[in-house]
Write a protein that binds this ligand. Structure first.
Ligand SMILES: [Mg+2]
Length: 169
């Protein structure tokens, strides 16, 4: 699959059909502010509905989160997805584990996340196309919040460059 970067408002807008047509067979999800609000212990109904659609589309899925293990594992069970916790995104270990778990190559998956510095750079380093979602809430840990201004700039630069490269999207 060729380079692909797209921004949408939330996971409900992730273009599953288009990704499948582009050859995507699996998705690597960020957890906090992508599938669930930070610190929450439940899976939002909209997330469960979306994940049911992901399964109907025949896509494999894994959560790769920088969050702490017990909570990430509990939420993974609630969502029916395997997890990598403490993944240290943007470093590559979590992505490589996720690919092994799904039995897929980087060219066969896409990543979905809300934070360009971790989810975005992590995926792009691995050659994995990315769908950026807006964060579910403005509630974030200090380090994530501190990085947001830089994140916004990088996100905008990446998306503008992509638009210039291929005006038809
Ligand atoms: Mg996140």
């Amino acid at each position: 699959m060729k380079r692909y970067l797209q921004a949408v408002s939330d996971i409900g807008e992730v273009p599953l059909g288009e990704l499948v047509r582009l050859g995507v067979k699996g998705l690597i999800f960020d957890l906090d502010n992508t599938l669930a609000p930070p610190h929450s212990e439940t899976a939002p109904p909209a997330t469960l509905r979306f994940l049911a659609e992901v399964r109907r589309a025949g896509l494999a899925a894994v959560i790769v989160s920088n969050g702490r293990r017990p909570r990430v594992e509990r939420l993974g069970r609630l969502m029916g997805l395997p997890v990598v916790a403490r993944a240290r995104k943007p470093f590559g270990r979590g992505y490589r584990w996720a690919l092994l778990e799904m039995g897929l190559k980087a060219s066969q998956v896409a990543a979905v996340g809300d934070h360009f510095l971790t989810d975005g750079l992590g995926a792009l380093y691995q050659g994995i196309p990315l769908v950026l979602v807006d964060p579910m809430t403005s509630e974030e840990d200090f380090l994530v919040r501190a990085a947001r201004p830089v994140d916004h700039i990088l996100r905008r630069l990446a998306l503008t460059r992509r638009e210039r490269r291929s005006p038809r999207g």
